[in-house]
Ligand binder design. Structure first.
Ligand code: CO
Length: 495
């Protein structure tokens, strides 16, 4: 039996509508979905935390509370970036401990944990804490293609994760790069050699994921991540209904009761309509360029936006070709948050400056210093010399160098809030958290936000051809018009 994780509450809307799904719109369907035999709902973590504070003006912790009230049979699952938690830098161990315990106490019982570099030292502490809580832990092997990422290297990460006590190995294929034959082979080898249940997580970006899921199922994969049809395909996951149907005739069917599908489909069709302003239509297209340049879907739109800000879209193809070079020089890092942003930005600088590494971004220097962990292959010596000269990279786990942060932040916030969860929100995203605390006690801002939502403002990640400023009700907005004539607003937020 394959166990199905439904991703519509996290990865699917992160991939297709820039993480804008509001908690109140998730709740009405939960009790029904809880009866369907899903193994888990992936509904927290990743970019949802940042987006809740920054754009939705919600307390991110409330989403777990509300789910927990309604979901009794299905695990609640989150995505955790190891020592980065749900942020973009490494946090101290005391923040990590409080964050994971809080999430567990509120109702998260499956933690999917990954590190961008597959450096398990950055996952050790979070696995340890989640284990102490009694949660189920999926340890991730980030899938990518490079000369140093062999089948053996993935199995080795799997074995290291088993050492740390994870319960399930998750093959995390964030750019949809895994071929069906590779999926079959990797699932078999992980099951045989690591001897733990295996989950396959992929995206339809290159169009191969449904077939790879089928191949994995034939080789006894234990878990698959799917999204209900209106929220599936493109840079999102394969379609739940299709996977359930196609596996029926195999030795490895799912446990999903499909008689509820029609109701679910109409519910989520309605959600699509409601959020149509946020929908990123480009993300729904199959784009095999990811196979050539190894660029995940989300990174594509960020690149376009960076280049447009500099009026340099004519350099787009040059930047695309520069990415694999930079990636090789930086030790073949997998492209996933935050390394995708680091490689993408440096490649853009290399092209725009007209001279490679004339300007080196701080994050590349930190990568050379070892502050993100161990790269899969050594960093090119020439680049390292340019970036940090003779400075010696650290050899220890990066977070060993970060002193405890919690008590200091607690003092800093004592006149604003004394809630542990607020202090944790602030630890991860100081400015958005502070803005949210202001918003929470300000009825005028709340009313403005309601009106803004009704007008469908703040639409992200589209690519305007022309831009201008308009004023509506006394507020100024940056407005863009796309190639197809669609008008969009405040176009440049990235999640
Ligand atoms: Co994903």
């Amino acid at each position: 039996m394959v166990k199905i994780t439904e991703t519509c509450f996290r990865d699917a809307h992160q991939s297709l509508m820039a993480t804008r799904f509001r908690t109140e719109d998730m709740l009405p369907i939960l009790e029904k979905m809880d009866q369907m035999g899903y193994w888990s709902f992936e509904m927290w973590g990743g970019a949802t935390f940042d987006s809740a504070l920054r754009f939705l003006k919600e307390n991110p912790w409330d989403r777990i509370r509300e789910f927990k009230k309604r979901v009794k049979n299905t695990h609640l699952q989150m995505l955790l970036r190891g020592q980065n938690l749900v942020g973009y830098r490494h946090y101290s161990d005391d923040i990590l401990e409080r964050f994971i315990k809080k999430a567990y106490d509120l109702g998260i019982d499956v933690f999917r944990i990954f590190d961008a570099l597959n450096d398990v030292r950055n996952m050790r502490k979070s696995i340890e804490i989640a284990k102490q809580c009694g949660a189920i832990i999926q340890g991730c092997v980030n899938y990518t293609i490079s000369p140093v990422h062999t089948m053996d290297s993935f199995v080795k990460v799997g074995l290291e994760l088993r050492e740390l006590g994870v319960d399930i190995i998750c093959i995390k294929d964030m750019a949809g790069l895994i071929f069906p034959v590779t999926a079959a082979e990797l699932v078999s080898r992980l099951k045989e050699e690591v001897k733990l249940p295996v989950c396959l997580h992929s995206h339809c970006s290159t169009g191969m994921a449904p077939t790879s899921y089928y191949a994995a199922a034939l080789y006894d994969v234990d878990h698959l991540d799917c999204a209900i049809s209106p929220m599936s395909q493109g840079t999102s996951q394969p379609t739940t209904e299709s996977i359930v149907e196609m596996l029926k005739e195999t030795d490895n069917p799912t446990q999903i009761k499909d008689d509820y599908f029609p109701e679910l489909i109409s519910y989520f069709n309605h959600i699509r309509d409601e959020y149509s302003n946020y929908w990123i239509h480009l993300a729904e297209r199959v784009d095999v360029r990811a196979l050539i340049y190894q660029v995940p879907g989300g990174m594509f739109s960020n690149l376009v936006s960076q280049l447009e800000k500099q009026s340099s879209m004519d350099k787009f193809d040059d930047v695309l070709s520069e990415i694999p070079r930079v990636r090789e020089e930086l030790g073949w890092v997998p492209l996933v948050t935050p390394t995708s942003q680091i490689v993408g930005t440096q490649a853009t600088m290399n092209v725009l400056m007209g001279e490679r590494y004339k300007v080196i971004i701080k994050e590349v220097k930190d990568l050379c210093r070892g502050l993100y962990g161990r790269t899969p292959a050594p960093i090119d010596e020439k680049i390292k010399q340019l970036a940090i000269g003779d400075e010696q990279p650290i050899q220890v786990r990066p977070a060993d160098l970060i002193s405890p942060e919690y008590e200091k932040l607690k003092k800093e916030l004592k006149d604003i809030t004394r809630e542990e969860e607020d202090i944790l929100s602030y630890a991860l995203f100081p400015k958005p958290a502070m803005d949210y605390f202001e918003f929470r006690k300000d009825p005028i801002q709340q009313k403005q936000k309601q009106e803004q939502d009704a007008r469908g403002f703040v639409i992200p990640q589209q690519h305007p051809e022309r831009k201008f400023i308009v004023t509506v009700d006394g507020d100024s907005y940056e407005v863009g018009v796309t190639e197809s004539g669609q008008v969009i607003y405040d176009a440049y937020e990235e999640t």
